[in-house]
Design a protein around this ligand. Structure first.
Ligand SMILES: Cc1cc2nc3c(=O)[nH]c(=O)nc-3n(C[C@H](O)[C@H](O)[C@H](O)COP(=O)(O)O)c2cc1C
Length: 145
């Protein structure tokens, strides 16, 4: 795998984001990525997944791989948290996979899904209110189905 120029990679990624996002959001993304001591690029690959001839099952298999990738990345973020580190999930690579693949010289089977920045937190995390459970969870009794 070739070595990437991190400055060029960030510039190319953000130039794609600049086409769609307000300037303040782009500036925030730039600060997040450029200021992180470590940036992981999370990719999915179908290399070890099953192959189906029909589109419906092929799509389900792809979604399963994407879900597995996201779960692995979240485990990674939890592990970072348990070490006292902070992390931030950024979905930018989904919008410009070719830019990320070319800049980092990734194998062509790897589809970039996200960036995870990791570092020591600058301060305590924002406390966010939780929605009440009844707004986000449905309950069904056996008699109803
Ligand atoms: C699926 C997903 C994708 C995200 N993508 C981005 C992103 O591309 N860029 C970004 O700056 N934040 C992104 N975020 C948000 C950050 O991960 C973080 O949760 C959020 O910025 C923290 O809240 P704050 O911005 O209000 O501090 C994403 C969050 C989720 C859940």
């Amino acid at each position: 795998m070739g070595r990437a120029d991190p400055g060029a990679a960030i510039g190319r990624l953000l130039s794609v984001r600049q086409l769609v996002a307000p300037l303040a959001d782009v500036a925030r993304s730039r600060a997040r990525i450029a200021g992180a001591p470590v940036v992981l690029v999370v990719c999915v690959t179908m290399e070890e997944m099953d192959v189906y001839a029909d589109a419906a099952r092929a799509r389900a298999e792809f979604l399963m791989a994407v879900q597995s990738t996201a779960m692995a990345a979240q485990n990674l973020m939890l592990a970072a948290h348990s070490e006292g580190l902070g992390s931030c999930w950024m979905c930018g690579p989904l919008f410009c996979p070719e830019v990320v693949r070319a800049t980092l010289d990734l194998p062509r089977q790897w589809e970039p899904q996200a960036l995870v920045t990791i570092g020591f937190p600058a301060g305590p995390a924002k406390q966010r209110p939780r929605k009440p459970l009844n707004e986000v969870v449905g309950q069904y009794c056996a008699e109803q189905v």
